[in-house]
Design a protein. Structure first.
Length: 272
């Protein structure tokens, strides 16, 4: 069998005496789009940050293509939550995207024409080339998200982690992101996405991890994205879930009141 792109084993993270992730095992095969799904407080963002070494786990290990993350850092790209970024920092869109090349350049080389061309090509790919000289504070939410996607693209990573890339973006930007994700998969890349909208999981992703402090289930969408697993993930708060032809959950999620609901809406009852 081929080595998994991402392998998390026995991962436990605690803040003080409160476990946020408990004994979590997750694998993402190479060339998959994996959604990480769960209610608020489930530890989805914490999982990504622990994988990336941004927080220190209490136990467990992370491997990227069979080796510890610190040895494979150059293979990994990261798109953080848009709300965690200081968008008032005085820098241009082009400069932000070129930051994606710093890991390859090292501390002592400055980006040159090649890096500029790579950044402009990435901006072109996400429909943002015309905004290259603009200050990031002048961007809309969707434009900000596209800028960070372009920055990840210029890293030319093999594995990408994206924390809620669809949050607060318009329909045009969402379609552009989905197209980009599928192009990355077609190129053999692996993308792990914290995602809230259950209705789009079967359409956008081929692999899913259901998380609520512990791993509830993880695997191909058509096998593990089921009503039973979602009930376990959300503590029984998912009242109805239609099924597609192969038995996977997907096309319509309804709350107990019978209204369509995203994971965010369901998770509001639980209280990342």
């Amino acid at each position: 069998m081929s080595i998994s792109a991402v392998e998390v084993t026995d991962l436990t993270v605690a803040y003080g005496d409160k476990p946020v992730l408990w004994d979590v095992d997750v694998q993402a095969p190479s060339g998959t789009l994996m959604a990480i799904v769960g209610p608020n407080g489930a530890g989805k963002t914490t999982l990504i940050k622990a994988i990336l070494g941004l927080i220190t786990p209490a136990a467990g290990q992370v491997r990227i293509y069979g080796k510890p993350y610190r040895q494979q850092r150059h293979l990994v790209g990261y798109v953080p939550q848009r709300g965690s970024v200081d968008w008032d920092f005085p820098t241009s869109v082009l400069d932000v995207v070129m930051m994606g090349r710093y890991g390859a350049l090292g501390w002592f080389r400055r980006p040159g024409r090649r890096e500029r061309d790579q950044a402009l090509a990435a901006l072109e790919k996400v429909g943002m080339r015309d905004y290259a000289p603009r200050q990031i504070s002048q961007l809309s939410g969707g434009q900000q998200q596209r800028t960070f996607l372009a920055r990840a693209l210029v890293q030319d990573a093999q594995v990408y982690f994206m924390d809620e890339p669809f949050q607060g973006v318009d329909a045009i930007t969402e379609r552009a992101i989905v197209t980009l994700l599928k192009e990355l998969r077609a190129a053999g890349k692996t993308v792990c996405v914290v995602h809230h909208d259950l209705q789009t999981v079967p359409e956008y992703f081929d692999w899913v991890t259901l998380l609520n402090v512990r791993r509830i289930a993880s695997g191909p969408v058509n096998e593990v994205f089921t009503e039973e697993n979602l009930r376990l993930t959300y503590g029984g708060r998912v009242a109805f879930l239609s099924r597609n032809g192969n038995g996977a959950a997907g096309e319509m999620l309804q709350s107990t009141a019978g209204q369509p609901a995203s994971t965010q809406q369901v998770a509001a009852e639980v209280g990342d």
